[in-house]
Design a binder for this molecule. Structure first.
Ligand code: URA
Length: 236
């Protein structure tokens, strides 16, 4: 989706994944229409509501897209990766164009992942003052005890970033399973916090972001559009 206005060549090269020189060729071949008129100028400005077609097929949509995916293990939360499959590779062909991922998960972490092309919405999601909680379930290698609850709630100092983590609510579900509720997402945060106890996280799954809960009907790798209520629940 176009934010406000953008040059036509920039829009087309990002949307189609082609070089700007190839965009020039498409225009020369009269294959691009903007609002029903064949485009001739690569620097033409196009806006959020411009209707841009390639060979008669619409490339723009006025609707922003919001997806939830049940991320499987062994897939990178990124739009491109040289070595591994990405979550965007799991989408139907062409569906990933323009999407980004607010709140990535590690390679082997599973569960709720959001994808959108609405940058404003994802920026709102990550505003620290909004305190949007992310809920995870972790399977540990060593048994848990009550000392974890206080340590996670007190926060832990990460010297690399020079920050103390904000309080994390840890609930012991069983000897080896914890549920965690945190309002930030530092690099490998949960694994590093359990690392202080020399307790390896064997599996980590994100259950919810704010009031949006992973749809139990989604098998790993499956995704669906967010409902209007879910989109609004995470918007300011
Ligand atoms: N914390 C982690 O360590 N990994 C994740 O994927 C998310 C939170």
């Amino acid at each position: 989706m176009l934010s406000n206005s953008a040059r036509l060549d920039r829009f087309l090269s990002v949307r189609l994944g082609i070089k700007r020189g190839d965009v020039r060729l498409l225009l020369a071949q009269k294959r691009i229409e903007v609002d029903g008129v064949f485009a001739t100028d690569i620097s033409q400005l196009v806006g959020k509501f411009s209707r841009i077609c390639l060979d008669g097929e619409v490339l723009t949509s006025r609707q922003a897209r919001y997806l939830m995916m049940n991320k499987p293990a062994g897939v990178v939360s990124a739009t491109k990766d040289d070595k591994h499959k990405t979550v965007v590779d799991l989408l139907s062909s062409g569906e990933g164009a323009g999407l980004h991922i607010p709140g990535r998960l590690d390679f082997n972490t599973t569960g709720l992942l959001l994808l959108t092309d609405d940058g404003r919405w994802s920026r709102q999601l990550s505003l620290p003052e909004r305190n949007i909680a992310k809920v995870y379930t972790a399977l540990l290698a060593q048994p848990l005890d009550d000392s974890y609850i206080a340590a996670f709630a007190a926060g832990m100092y990460f010297s690399y970033e020079d920050v103390t983590t904000r309080p994390v609510i840890l609930e012991i579900i069983s000897d080896y399973v914890a549920r965690l509720r945190l309002v930030e997402g530092r690099y490998h945060q949960i694994k590093r916090m359990f690392g202080r106890f020399q307790n390896e996280v064997l599996a980590l799954h994100r259950d919810a972001i704010g009031s949006v809960v992973l749809d139990p009907g989604l098998a790993p790798g499956q995704y669906r559009n967010l409902t209007q209520d879910e989109i609004l629940a995470l918007a300011c």
